[in-house]
Design a protein around this ligand. Structure first.
Ligand code: NAD
Ligand code: TYD
Length: 336
C-alpha cells in the first residue's frame, strides 16, 4: 500500500509515520509537508533513509505539488493544519487558507481517482461542554466551534463529508481529543509546562486553570487512525478519546510540577484565552464497538514518560524553542 501523509513533519503526523513504518514496513509513505514553524524533519531521522519513505516539501494549497504527491497513492491520511488555538486568535487567515482551502485542494485531487481519504480532525469542532457534568462529545454532537482554529477544522470536516455525499469519495473522519507525547511542539500546554520548568520559568495558567481536557497519548491516537484506515466504514466519523476522568489544567500543571520535583510557586495565573472552551470529553463507544478501539496508555503513567522524553531530548526542544518560535512567544506571553 502507498500512503500520502500530509503534515507528516508535525507532532502527530511524525508519530504516525514512525508508528506505521514500524508496523507495516512493506508499505510506502510519501510525506507532504510545508515545514512551517511546526514542521520538524528531525522527528523523522529514524526513517529518512528508508527506501519506502519519501519526503516532499510543499504546500497542500499548491495544486501541482498535490497532484505530484498523490500520484499512485492508495490512501491519503490528512494531518496538515495550522493547529494552535492561540495563534488562530492572533491571526486567523493562515488557518482558513491551510485548513479549509488546503483540504479542498487535496479533496479535488483525490476526486480524480476516487482515492481513499482519511481526515484527521479534532473534538474542538463540537465547542464546549459544561463543567461538572457527565456529558461527552460523540459522533452525533452538533458542530459549535469557538475559535478560528476549530471553526476552520469544522469547515474542513464539512467539506470532507460533502465530497463523500456529492462525489462518492471514499472518506472517513476522526475527531480526537488533545494529544500528548514525544515531539509535541512546546507552545501547547503540556510540553510548554515541562520545558518551562526545565528552563527555570513558570507554567502559565490561563484564568483559574479549571478548564478540562480529555488527554490522549499520541500512540493511542495513531492506533485509532490505523483501525479506521483498515476497518472503518466509508462515509463514517469516529470519535477517539483517552482514558482520563476529568482533569483540570491546574491539576495537570500540579502533576507535572510534582513529577519534576518543583514547588507550586512555579505556577503563574495569567489572563484567560478569549472564547476559552471549558470542558472537552469524548465518548469513544462507536470506535470501540465497530473497530475494537480503546486507549491503552493511562494519563498519569504516560505523562511521566512524556516528561522523561523531554528530559532526554533537551537538544530537540531547545532548538524548537529558539528562532521564530521566540517571536511568537513574546507576542503571547510578553517577556515572561
Ligand atoms: P502540528 O502543528 O504539530 O503539525 C502540523 C504539520 O502540518 C506541520 O508539520 C506543518 O509544517 C504542516 N503544515 C502546516 N501547514 C501546511 C501546509 N499548508 N501544507 C503542508 N503542510 C503544512 O499539528 P499536530 O498537533 O500534529 O496536529 C495534526 C492534525 O491533527 C491537525 O489536523 C490537527 O487539527 C489534528 N488534531 C490535533 C490534536 C492535538 O492535540 N495536537 C488533537 C486532535 C486533532
Ligand atoms: P492547548 O495545549 O493550547 O490545547 P487546546 O487549546 O487545543 O485544548 O491548551 C490546553 C489547555 O491548556 C487549554 O485549556 C488552554 C490551557 N493553556 C494554559 O492554561 N496555558 C497555556 O500557556 C497554554 C498554551 C494553554
Amino acid at each position: 500500500m502507498k500512503l500520502l501523509i500530509t503534515g507528516g513533519a508535525g507532532f502527530i503526523g511524525s508519530n504516525f509515520i514512525l508508528y506505521w513504518m514500524k508496523k507495516y514496513p512493506q508499505d510506502q509513505i510519501v510525506n507532504l509537508d510545508k515545514l512551517t514553524y511546526a514542521g520538524n524533519l528531525e522527528n523523522l531521522k529514524d526513517v529518512e533513509k528508508n527506501p519506502n519513505y519519501q519526503f516532499i516539501k510543499g504546500d497542500i494549497c499548491d495544486k501541482q505539488v498535490v497532484a505530484t504527491a498523490m500520484n499512485g497513492v492508495d490512501i491519503v491520511v490528512h494531518f496538515a493544519a495550522e493547529s494552535h488555538v492561540d495563534r488562530s486568535i492572533l491571526s486567523p487567515e493562515e488557518f482558513i487558507k491551510t485548513n479549509v482551502e488546503g483540504t479542498l485542494v487535496l479533496l479535488e485531487e483525490a476526486r480524480k481517482n476516487k482515492t481513499r481519504f482519511h481526515h484527521v480532525s479534532t473534538d474542538e469542532v463540537f465547542g464546549s461542554l459544561e463543567l461538572g457534568t457527565e456529558d461527552k462529545f460523540n459522533e452525533q454532537t452538533a458542530y459549535d466551534p469557538s475559535s478560528p482554529y476549530s471553526a476552520s477544522k469544522a469547515g474542513s470536516d464539512h467539506l470532507v463529508r460533502a465530497y463523500h455525499r456529492t462525489y462518492d469519495l471514499p472518506v472517513t473522519i476522526s475527531n480526537s481529543s488533545n494529544n500528548f507525547g514525544p515531539f509535541h511542539f512546546p507552545e501547547k500546554f503540556i510540553p510548554l509546562a515541562i520545558t518551562n520548568l526545565m528552563e527555570g520559568k513558570k507554567i502559565p495558567i490561563y484564568g483559574q486553570g479549571n478548564q478540562v481536557r480529555d488527554w490522549l497519548y499520541v500512540e493511542d491516537h495513531c492506533r485509532g487512525i490505523d483501525l479506521i484506515v483498515r476497518k472503518g466504514k466509508i462515509g463514517q466519523t469516529y470519535c477517539l478519546g483517552g482514558m482520563t476522568d476529568d482533569i483540570s489544567n491546574l491539576r495537570v500543571a500540579k502533576m507535572i510540577a510534582k513529577i519534576m520535583e518543583k514547588d507550586l510557586d512555579n505556577l503563574e495565573y495569567i489572563k484567560d484565552r478569549p472564547g476559552h472552551d471549558v470542558r472537552y470529553a469524548i465518548d469513544w463507544t462507536k470506535a470501540k464497538n465497530e473497530l475494537g478501539y480503546f486507549p491503552q496508555f493511562s494519563f498519569e503513567q504516560y505523562l511521566k514518560k512524556t516528561i522523561e522524553w523531554y528530559q532526554e531530548h533537551e537538544d530537540w526542544w531547545k532548538r524548537v524553542k529558539s528562532g521564530s518560535y521566540q517571536d511568537y512567544y513574546k507576542k503571547q506571553y510578553g517577556d515572561k
